[in-house]
Design a protein around this ligand. Structure first.
Ligand code: FES
Length: 107
């Protein structure tokens, strides 16, 4: 089942925002090609990427300045590792995600 994160109109092109869904921190990014959702954790040491910056399609972690492609989540510097993408789509102006249920999580 899909969950609604935000209205599409709440996020402008070139913006990103941290959103919590069922206790899971997520990063919603709206670029020129559309909306992408990732886990809001830097793969380096786990700090929230929503506290970093988004510029010219590149997410930069504020802590050690690792950079990631905002449309794919791939590492730019360093090349690895990548962000964890969460399946998402837009329906009727709402950004929806399919957040996998973790083992042991309440229904
Ligand atoms: S925690 Fe993000 S680059 Fe180190």
């Amino acid at each position: 089942m899909a969950d609604t994160l935000l209205a599409e109109a709440e996020l402008w092109v070139g913006e990103m925002r941290g959103v919590s869904l069922r206790g899971e921190p997520l990063l919603v990014v709206r670029g020129e090609q559309g909306v992408c959702v990732f886990r809001d954790r830097c793969p380096h040491q786990g700090y929230p990427l929503s506290e970093g910056t988004l510029q010219d399609g590149v997410i930069t972690c504020r802590v050690h300045r690792h950079t990631f492609d905002a449309s794919s989540g791939e590492g730019i510097n360093p090349l690895r590792p990548c962000l964890t993408a969460v399946p998402s789509r837009i329906e009727h102006g709402q950004i929806l995600v399919e957040l996998p249920v973790r083992a042991g999580a309440p229904p």
